[in-house]
Design a protein around this ligand. Structure first.
Ligand SMILES: Cc1ncc(C[n+]2csc(CCO)c2C)c(N)n1
Length: 223
């Protein structure tokens, strides 16, 4: 079994509970409230910029030229998607640039982005890449699942289509191939650290959707 497959298998139960989250269930049926989607979209725009930075730092740590291109391209893509959100969904959902700028990161978004940036800056290249993988892989598989059972005339169809696209799945395979090559060359301790980083990020993916459904925010005076 490939190393990336062992990462997936070790977190299978967590993936199942991610698919079952009310946010994803209602995204598929098209019944998710506009308020929840709007909340999610604003937080995701914050997330995408931080994720782009984490990718760029990881690109700089790569042990070969292919890795620099792979992760720098992904950093570019993350920011392109973020811009598309602003130009499309945010406009449709009535979020102005001023409202976006005035909305701080929620605890879940702050936690996930802080984790990714800290790992990208402080961990070794193989561990940094393992922390970035759930973002690609879990989204692609959640996208595929939702796409397969998406309701007719789903108001969120454009969103669903983005993450079920073949282009996106090809990027996932590319990151898995890098993870597999790095794991092959790594010590047992590094492989264990890669497993731990993947699991941390996979949990934070779960938490991000859970928080969006709950309209998660800082409590009272912490706001
Ligand atoms: C919380 C959260 N997690 C993952 C993604 C998906 N995603 C964001 S950037 C990127 C790779 C380069 O485009 C992928 C797969 C998301 N949007 N939001």
């Amino acid at each position: 079994m490939s190393f990336s497959q062992s990462l997936w298998n070790a977190n299978q139960a967590l993936f199942q509970s991610t698919l079952e989250l009310p946010f994803n269930q209602e995204l598929a049926s098209g019944t998710l409230s506009r308020e929840r989607f709007r909340h999610y979209m604003i937080q995701d725009a914050h997330y995408l910029v931080a994720y782009g930075r984490a990718l760029a730092v990881t690109a700089a740590k790569s042990d070969n030229a292919e890795g620099v291109v792979q992760f720098a391209n992904a950093a570019n893509e993350a920011v392109v998607v973020e811009r598309a959100l602003h130009g499309g969904f945010m406009r449709d959902f009535g979020v102005t640039p001023e409202q976006f700028a005035a909305t701080p990161l929620t605890p879940a978004c702050h936690h996930y982005t802080s984790y990714l940036l800290a790992t990208a800056w402080s961990a070794t290249y193989p561990v940094a890449v393992a922390a970035l993988l759930p973002c690609f892989w879990i989204y692609a598989e959640v996208g595929r699942d939702i796409h397969a059972r998406s309701a007719k005339d789903n108001p969120y169809q454009a969103w669903v289509d983005t993450y079920a696209s073949e282009e996106f799945h090809a990027a996932v395979r590319g990151v898995c191939a890098t993870v597999d090559r790095l794991a092959e060359e790594a010590t047992e301790a590094t492989r264990a650290a890669m497993h731990a980083a993947y699991k941390d990020a996979a949990r934070l993916e779960w938490m991000f959707w859970d928080s969006a459904y709950r309209l998660g925010d800082w409590q009272g005076s912490l706001r």
